[in-house]
Design a protein around this ligand. Structure first.
Ligand SMILES: [Zn+2]
Ligand SMILES: [Zn+2]
Length: 287
């Protein structure tokens, strides 16, 4: 199977339009939001769009389909009101992901501000379980992917251990895996830029989440320096990470099963296509 490389795309004109758009720019996988990422209420997807999505993806061999959860969702909020809203919103995310036939739904584990990290972890696991309770995910290949974050104060998932802990808690109750983001990994303090650092960081992955659980790599260069905890994405090869670590990652056989998806800025028309092209150019012939 060819390496799965793609980019986050807009859904103007309907979610299924993104499949055509992915194909046009040379991507064979992609990520979308299934609703406005800054609004709590979201309509159910149009069944015709869901059908068209399935047909087009099968026809054009585009997948996996990755959906990114709205930024408003905070499943470990200290405020019960926010948590209740978040659980309902996340349930909607899962329902839409299942309706659209998505393989993966990426979730930032949230902020435990006002609580202890351990309380946050417990709440996150409970909330996710509640959100998916009774939904028909067992009959599908659908998974929720917990993403590592940039490591800002009180944000859950700022290191691989926390992601692994949440996954371990959820495992018996939910289909769950991991999404790692290169920018978040870098700014949260891991070295993926030097060859030794990359090897050591991958040892950390092995010791925490393991390689098999990682299903998606968000491929983003970083505007900020390592350890700054500043989450600012940059075009591949133009930031503090540089192009080589992406080459290592794309040709690392331990991630052969992964999809690689850029969430790079769109500063000019064509930027999505350019970042996909750069990532594809880094894959060596034997990999
Ligand atoms: Zn990301
Ligand atoms: Zn980010």
């Amino acid at each position: 199977m060819a390496k799965r490389i793609g980019v986050h795309l807009g859904t103007a004109g309907g979610a299924s339009k993104a499949v055509e758009r992915a194909q046009e720019i040379g991507a064979n996988t992609f990520q979308i939001f299934s609703s406005s990422p800054r609004m709590w209420r979201a309509p159910k997807p149009d069944p015709k769009q869901c059908e068209r999505m399935r047909t087009l993806r099968a026809e054009l061999n585009v997948g996996p389909l990755v959906i990114h959860t709205s930024y408003l969702v905070n499943v470990c909020s200290q405020s019960e009101e926010t948590r209740v809203k978040s659980i309902a919103a996340f349930r909607g995310e899962v329902e839409r992901a299942l309706a659209l036939g998505a393989e993966y739904l990426v979730l930032h584990p949230g902020s435990w501000k006002g609580l202890t990290r351990d309380e946050g972890l417990k709440l996150a696991a409970q909330s996710i379980e509640k959100a998916i309770d009774g939904l028909p995910w067992q009959e599908t290949s659908f998974s929720i992917l917990i993403e590592n974050t940039a490591g800002a104060e009180c944000s859950l998932g700022g290191n691989f251990e926390q992601v692994a802990e949440l996954v371990a808690r959820l495992k018996a109750h939910a289909p769950v895996g991991v999404c790692l983001d290169t920018c978040h990994t870098h700014v949260s303090g891991y070295d993926i830029v030097t060859a030794e650092g990359y090897a050591e960081t991958m040892n950390q992955v092995a010791a925490t989440t393991g390689f098999d659980a990682v299903r998606v790599w968000h491929c983003n260069d970083a505007k900020a320096a390592r350890g700054t905890k500043l989450d600012r994405h940059e075009h591949i090869g133009q930031g503090n990470i540089g192009v080589e670590p992406f080459r290592w990652l794309l040709n690392d056989s331990r991630f052969n099963h992964c999809a690689f998806i850029a969430e790079t800025p769109v500063d000019e028309p064509g930027d999505e296509e350019r970042n996909v092209r750069v990532l594809k150019s880094l894959v060596s012939a034997q990999s």
